[in-house]
Ligand binder design. Structure first.
Ligand code: C5P
Length: 220
C-alpha cells in the first residue's frame, strides 16, 4: 500500500490518441496507446484521488474506480476537458491530440478514380486544448502537459521542451522521446519533467506505473 496523499483531490486526465475522420470509414490518427495516461489514472486513484479519465481510443482498459469518458476527436476531447476541468484541482493532458484535421469530412467514402491520380488532402489546425485550459485555469488549479519529441540529441530535446513549457503556460511538462520503436505503445517510459519556466525538476525511468507515481509525487 502506497501513500494516500491525494485524498480529497479531483484529477482529470486525458489519454490515448484522437482520430480525425476523413470520410465515414477513414481517419487520421497516431500511435498513442493511452498507457501512460491510464497508468496516471490508476496511480492517482490508488493514492486516494477522485479521477476522471477522458480516453481516446485506449488500447488498455480503464482502471477500476475511475470515471471514464470516451471521446474520438480533438473537438470531442476539447469539449469533455472543458467541462471536466471546471471542477478539477489538477488537469493532466497526456493524450496525443491531432494537430491537424481534414478541413472537410466527405459525406461518402472517398473514391479512387480510374486515372491512377493521387489525392491531396487539405488539413486545418485543431485548437490547442492544453493552452486553452491553462489560460482559464482556476486559482490553485494545476495544469500538466506532455510532450512527445523525436529529437535524438539531449540538448536539442531540452531546448524544444523548455520553449514548449513556457509557451503552453503549464505548471509541469512531462517530456519523452518518441520514435519508430520508442515511447508509444511501450510498457516502459523515460521522461524529464520541466516546470513552467522550462527548468528540469525531475527525471524518471521505468514501467509506466512507476513513472506515473513519480509525476504525482511532484503534484502531491
Ligand atoms: O504542441 P504539442 O502537441 O507537442 O503539445 C503536447 C501537449 O499539448 C500535450 O499535453 C497534448 O495533450 C496537448 N495538445 C493539446 N491540443 C492539441 C495538441 C496538443 O492539448 N491540439
Amino acid at each position: 500500500v502506497g501513500p494516500h496523499d491525494l485524498v480529497g483531490r479531483r484529477i482529470v486526465i486525458s489519454a490515448g490518441g484522437t482520430r480525425e475522420p476523413l470520410d465515414p470509414v477513414r481517419y487520421l490518427g497516431n500511435r498513442s496507446s493511452g498507457r501512460q495516461g491510464v497508468s496516471l489514472a490508476a496511480a492517482a486513484r490508488a493514492r486516494g484521488a477522485a479521477v476522471t479519465l477522458v480516453g481516446a481510443h485506449l488500447e488498455v482498459p480503464a482502471p477500476s474506480g475511475v470515471d471514464l469518458i470516451a471521446v474520438a476527436t480533438a473537438a470531442e476531447l476539447e469539449t469533455a476537458m472543458a467541462a471536466q476541468s471546471a471542477t478539477a484541482d489538477t488537469v493532466i493532458m497526456a493524450a496525443a491530440v491531432a494537430d491537424f484535421r481534414p478541413a472537410a469530412v466527405a459525406e461518402g467514402k472517398i473514391k479512387k478514380g480510374d486515372d491512377g491520380a493521387g489525392l491531396v488532402l487539405e488539413l486545418e489546425r485543431t485548437p490547442d486544448i492544453l493552452v486553452g485550459l491553462a489560460a482559464v485555469r482556476r486559482p490553485g488549479q494545476r495544469i500538466v502537459g506532455f510532450a512527445a519529441e523525436t529529437e535524438t540529441d539531449d540538448d536539442a530535446l531540452l531546448r524544444v521542451a523548455a520553449a514548449k513549457a513556457q509557451r503552453k503556460g503549464v505548471d509541469l511538462l512531462v517530456v519523452n522521446r518518441v520514435g519508430w520503436s520508442e515511447g508509444f505503445g511501450s510498457p516502459t517510459n523515460a521522461v524529464m519533467v520541466l516546470d513552467g519556466a522550462g527548468t528540469v525538476v525531475a527525471r524518471a525511468e521505468g514501467d509506466k506505473l512507476s513513472v506515473a507515481h513519480r509525476i504525482l509525487d511532484l503534484l502531491a
